[in-house]
Design a protein. Structure first.
Length: 425
């Protein structure tokens, strides 16, 4: 609905004029412009001129005013538009400006018919417009504390009028996503256009490696990691949902690529669970953060599961190695730790977790059991021969082991077996 036309301040948009076919046609044309329908640009411009509304072909800037970002404007209620028109009449000085609503949003359209892109005064006009928007916000804010004003930058030519509204639409989505009402904010179309694309992926690759390394720690805080990821993504974005989605997608692609390539999370699991696709399922910042927390927690749990499986395989391999090389007198916890590249304290903890005893204790028990087998298989051997074959460094070490794990000495056991060959350990 058209609320005000600076060319025709005498038009009573809420009265008789607003009920005319002419007014309804103007409303539809402004709605087409604000709805970003450039295919009808030549028709809109020429038809508006026929109806007495002149836009020109110079520079354009569009302004969004939201009394409450959570609520749509009621075009039939004159109170709010009248406030805007009255305040704008005191603040705005562009050659032509219009106030209208479409789709539940209230807009100002500012036209500078003679201003061209290479005009040295273009930057000054843009600064002036932002200053006027700031004055408008100050006049309206006391009665509208949740007021949000977004100003497009200057766009030139007939197509520019549609670009200015397109920038607003992207910004509206962004600020709805962030839930912010700070204003007035002037957009930068170059940043909005190019900020959605990432020419250098190295920063996100490095960030992904850092996050992946932290994720793989057993004491990692998935929620804190997710918040750090969200803060970094939002800090790299421009006011555009397209930018947020693209940065999120690029991060998740590089992040999951690193996790899968480094073996921290199974790549097949990442694909089957559609991690990257699910990361894009949000419309508000709260959903964005909750979604990221859920995904990072899921990846952390999967990583810890793989780590447990990997530890279990490694500990089982160490156990098999000990059993196969128990006759080696140089088989010690230190040598085993070096071979399998695991710290002795860590090996002790993991071995105790899976087998209930430390690696050192298991080594002693296994050698003792092997010595028993040797005595049973070769009762004719001397105690020293048994100690050497079992990998004991000396006789005293074997005697201590028999004292710790049994109630009979090696010699007594050997003599008993010689007297009764049927008694074999």
């Amino acid at each position: 609905m058209l609320y005000y036309c600076s060319l025709h301040p005498e038009w009573d948009c809420f009265g008789d004029f607003g009920e005319t076919a002419r007014a309804r046609t103007i409303d539809a044309l402004f709605g087409a412009i604000a709805s970003n329908q450039p295919r009808a640009s030549d028709f809109c411009f020429s038809r508006l001129e026929q109806l007495g509304v002149f836009l020109g072909s110079g520079a354009f800037a569009s302004i969004l005013l939201q009394q409450d970002p959570a609520c749509a404007a009621d075009p039939e209620d004159p109170a709010w538009p009248f406030q805007i028109v009255e305040a704008a009449g005191l603040c705005f000085r562009p050659p032509l400006w219009y106030c209208f609503s479409t789709g539940g949003q209230v807009y100002l359209l500012c036209c500078f018919p003679r201003l061209q892109e290479d005009d040295p005064g273009a930057a000054r006009e843009a600064e002036t417009l932002l200053s006027e928007a700031d004055s408008l916000q100050k006049r309206l804010a006391p009665a509208n504390p949740a007021l949000r004003i977004i100003v497009s930058d200057l766009q030139f030519g007939e197509a520019g009028i549609f670009r200015s509204f397109n920038n607003l639409h992207h910004a509206m989505e962004y600020f709805d996503f962030r839930g912010e009402t700070r204003s007035p904010l002037q957009l930068n179309s170059e940043e909005q256009l190019h900020g959605a694309f990432i020419g250098d992926l190295s920063a996100y690759r490095q960030f992904s490696v850092s996050m992946g390394e932290q994720l793989s720690r057993s004491d990692a805080d998935p929620s804190a990691l997710a918040d750090q990821i969200c803060d970094t993504i939002l800090g790299n974005c421009v006011p555009s949902m397209e930018s947020i989605h693209h940065h999120t997608q690029i991060f998740m692609l590089t992040f999951t690529e690193y996790l899968g390539g480094a073996g921290l999370v199974d790549a097949a699991y990442i694909r089957s669970r559609q991690i990257v696709y699910r990361a894009m399922e949000f419309e508000r910042e709260t959903e964005f953060r909750l979604n990221m927390r859920a995904l990072i927690l899921e990846l952390h749990r999967q990583n810890q599961t793989l780590r447990r499986i990997g530890r279990q395989k490694r500990i089982r391999t160490i156990r098999e190695y000990v059993e196969e090389h128990i006759s080696d007198p140089e088989l010690t916890v230190g040598k085993i730790s070096e071979r399998f590249r695991i710290g002795a304290p860590q090996a002790a903890r993991q071995f105790r977790y899976y087998y209930g005893v430390s690696l050192y204790r298991f080594l002693q028990q296994t050698r003792y059991q092997y010595a028993l087998q040797l005595i049973g298989a070769h009762p004719e051997w001397s105690t020293r021969q048994v100690a050497q074959a079992a990998g004991y460094s000396d006789l005293s070490t074997m005697y201590r082991a028999f004292h710790t794990f049994g109630d009979v000495t090696p010699g007594a056991l050997r003599n008993a077996l010689r007297q009764d060959p049927g008694e074999r350990p």
